[in-house]
Write a protein that binds this ligand. Structure first.
Ligand code: GAL
Length: 802
């Protein structure tokens, strides 16, 4: 750096020239045109192997989701009851990289035990299915017109290896990166804003350079900073002395910083440029955010000085009917639905997410607890990561932290979930080691671990004293005594609730509580419903959990409880407690697998947002003589009144600690109406009518315009309604979705956890009146989507493929 300062003003002239030069760095999308084959033969890695008969596909790809559900699939229903196995991918490519370049291949995620060859040369194995990795291809790659072959063997045959659905294959993006030899190291840059004031903030970035000649005075390094509106506002220059001529810190002041927050997620851009003798050698850029936060043992959490609760949900990585194959627009839809509910944080249970998921969280304003592992050296499943942990945990943890540490959304690291080492003294040493690995790479964020043993005397991970914030799972009854049991410690409810519900299904009495399974004696069900449903009155929870309402009541009450991560935001594939097969996806979600909110979604919305909420449940199709429990969630009102066929059934107010009101209503068909009042004036009204037989199909299209280049999807919600437009609450019609030739149905779902029809089809039953079709564009233009069902009036809609 001293060289640059010495060069002073005359360098500025050169800089202008440098800025205009094209960066030699090329980042090439490597997802298209792979050959795929299930099975395993030694010869498939060979350069000479002829793979033309293999299936041609584009990544991301998950072969499990394409399979058939079966009780005999070794993943079991906890793993989603879909097939695993071994699969191979091969891709032929040429590169016009100039000889002397560095060429590398990057994988964002392969489940699991990925082995990679180029031109028959073995590059290595990457066991963990959730961390990103790359290989330097430079020594093996052939340039110009010569063909190169990448072969990838993916082995998900040893099962069970997961407590949830993992997916199989190269299920995240791949890319080829070409740079000069002198370049920014991959993940070698760490941006922080160590001082943030109203008038200014300090931008500080430490970056690692590859192949810089020691003492080379002609190296110019700088970082241009753009504000959220895209204006160039500052340039950071090296400061202090270069550590060893390859690690350098650049700093600058950012005036009037626009802070990143969950309400206003302002993103800056940093463009790093490295030139030698006036020639641009490498350019690399990232977004970043300016924010500060702290946890306090008494006051809980504050972001940018403002106290706030962490209103979080846990999310597994699958995207429902798409399986594990990442699609940004599908992840965005999940996040949009959660944002509208009022969630402001996500815990990536129990592994690092797709990097684009974090981009979305940066852009949409979610805090993220980025989690590394579900087990350490002690297993939870026969073939899980435990056997790789000793040799690989350092690398996996390093890759997570280095990859994700520039995301403003990521606010804490979790070194594990319900790790069995919490029960013995190995927990002390391992926790210290893992926290140490994280802190070496990122001393700025707190580290936690999601602990299930809430007795501090029995919890060895807690006793390591290595955690910055104590993460407790469940045991809400112990939260009141947290300051006494954990004096001076900071708290996060790393996992809560585990309520169970099927969208649109109701078993009364609504205000009863069913623990289901009732104890550890019962893995599966005592007295299940024959159709594998669970009541959606928020009256069922696993015995280790509590209802949504019980949990939120406590989290809300104490300031020192910084917040919670509800298990779970969405239903996910696998872990269908409380049912055995054919149940194959979870009941835990606030939102079902297809993205349709369950009723309790509105409890959160009424508490976690300011927008006026009034939600009435259940449907109004019952049998005469039944007494039905009717509930309403509401806010921004003093009281609500229920009417049946125009006759009042009385006004009610929520009790101080309750988030809903209930009426017991003798059923007569007709119209149920609820009205909310504030100061005597009507705020909102909702009605539910007794529906007749299915007559028509109604469509709602989300993402009407989809970009081909970004692999965006349209989401078509299908509602079966009677002739007056009322949702038919038990409708299960088989619907068929066809499109014009420039689009295709990629998957359908209905959110029913025991549905055994494949997802990747264009005909599927709806469940409780609702279904979903996900549409992909094939060619630009308008695409018509037509939905038909026997005996019903067909409906069409259109989307625009751009
Ligand atoms: C927790 C666990 C989660 C999930 C949940 C279901 O104990 O951390 O992964 O299994 O229970 O209730």
């Amino acid at each position: 750096m001293k060289y640059i300062v010495q060069l002073g003003i005359c360098l500025l002239g050169i800089i202008g020239v440098v800025a205009a030069q094209q960066s030699p760095r090329k980042v090439i999308d490597f997802n298209k045109g792979w050959r795929f084959q299930m099975g395993d033969e030694a010869g498939w890695k060979k350069e000479s192997f002829k793979d033309e008969t293999w299936r041609l596909l584009d990544l991301p790809h998950d072969w499990s989701i394409e399979g058939r559900f079966a009780a005999t699939n070794p993943a079991g229903n906890a793993g989603g009851a879909l097939p695993g196995g071994i699969g191979w991918y091969r891709k032929t490519f040429t590169t016009n990289a100039a000889p002397g370049s560095r060429v590398s291949i990057e994988f964002d995620g392969v489940y699991r035990d990925a082995e990679v060859w180029i031109n028959g040369q073995y590059l290595g194995k990457w066991p963990y299915g959730y961390t990103s990795f790359s290989y330097d291809l430079t020594p093996f790659v052939k340039y110009g017109a010569q063909k190169n072959i990448i072969a990838v063997r993916v082995d998900n045959s040893q099962q069970p290896n997961s407590r949830w659905y993992s997916g199989s294959g190269i299920y995240r993006d791949t890319r080829l990166v070409i740079t000069k030899k002198a370049a920014f190291e991959k993940w070698g840059t760490f941006i922080t804003t160590p001082q943030v004031h109203e008038q200014n903030a300090l931008f500080s970035a430490t970056t690692t350079l590859l192949n810089i000649r020691k003492g080379d005075r002609s190296v110019d390094l700088r970082c241009e900073i753009y504000d959220p509106s895209g204006n160039k506002i500052a340039t950071a220059l090296p400061t202090g002395s270069w550590k060893n001529d390859s690690v350098c810190t650049l700093q600058t002041e950012i005036k009037q910083p626009q802070l990143w927050s969950v309400k206003s997620p302002q993103l800056y851009k940093a463009v790093f440029k490295m030139s030698i003798a006036g020639k641009l050698m490498d350019q690399w850029q990232t977004t970043f955010g300016i924010r500060y936060f702290n946890f306090d043992a008494k006051k809980g959490f504050a972001l940018n000085g403002e106290p706030m609760k962490i209103l979080g949900v846990c999310m597994h990585h699958d995207l429902g009917a798409l399986g594990a194959a990442f699609n940004k627009s599908a992840a965005k839809r999940q996040l949009r639905i959660l944002k509208e509910m009022g969630a402001n944080a996500i815990r990536t249970a129990h592994n690092p997410p797709d990097p684009q998921f974090l981009d979305l969280c940066d852009e949409m304003g979610f805090l993220v607890m980025d989690e590394s592992f579900d087990m350490w050296a002690k297993k939870k499943n026969k073939y899980d990561y435990f056997s790789d942990f000793p040799a690989w945990h350092r690398k996996d943890l390093e890759h997570m932290v280095k990859r994700d540490r520039n995301h403003p959304s990521v606010f804490m690291w979790s070194i594990g979930n319900e790790i069995r080492e919490q029960f013995d003294s190995t927990g002390i040493t391992l926790a210290k080691e893992l926290v140490g690995i994280v802190k070496e790479l990122d001393p700025t964020r707190p580290v936690t671990c999601a602990l299930s043993e809430n007795d501090p005397a029995k919890n060895f991970i807690y006793q390591s004293k290595a955690l910055d914030v104590i993460g407790l799972n469940y045991h809400i009854d112990s939260y009141a005594a947290f300051p006494v049991n954990y004096p001076g410690e900071k708290f996060i409810a790393a996992e809560t609730v585990s309520g169970l519900a099927t969208r649109g299904h109701y078993d009364g009495p609504a205000d009863s509580l069913r623990k289901w399974p009732s104890s550890s004696k019962f893995k599966y069900v005592e007295n299940g419903n024959p159709d594998f449903t669970v009541s959606a009155y928020d009256n069922v929870a696993a015995y280790w959990g509590a209802t949504h309402e019980q949990t939120w009541r406590i989290i809300k009450k104490y300031d020192y409880l910084s917040g919670e991560f509800v298990w779970s935001g969405f239903d996910f594939l696998g872990e269908p407690v409380p049912y055995p097969y054919p149940a194959r996806s979870s009941y835990y979600g606030i939102v079902d697998l297809a993205g349709f909110p369950k009723d309790v979604y509105y409890m959160y919305q009424s508490e976690w947002t300011q927008k006026p909420v009034l939600h009435l449940l259940p449907h109004w199709n019952w049998n005469k003589g039944q007494t039905v429990d009717v509930m309403a969630y509401y806010n921004n009102a003093d009281e609500v009144e229920l009417f049946l066929n125009g006759k009042t059934l009385g006004r009610k107010r929520k009790a101080d600690t309750s988030f809903h009101v209930t009426w017991h209503v003798p059923y007569t068909p007709g119209t149920l109406k609820v009205v909310s009042y504030k100061n005597g004036n009507t705020v909102q009204e909702r009605t539910v009518k007794t529906a007749g037989t299915p007559a028509r199909i109604e469509l709602t299209v989300e993402n009407k315009n989809i970009r081909l280049a970004d692999n965006e999807l349209s989401f078509v919600s299908i509602r079966i309604v009677d002739k007056e437009g009322n949702l038919v609450p038990m409708a299960d019609n088989l619907v068929k979705v066809t499109t014009t030739a420039n689009a295709r149905v990629v998957a359908m779902d209905n959110g029913y956890p025991a549905d055994l029809e494949p997802f990747q089809t264009n005909r599927h039953k709806v469940y409780n009146g609702l279904g979903l079709a996900m549409i992909k564009g094939l060619n630009k233009g308008t695409a018509t989507i037509r939905v038909t069902a026997d005996g019903l009036k067909a409906t069409s809609s259109s989307i625009i493929v751009e």
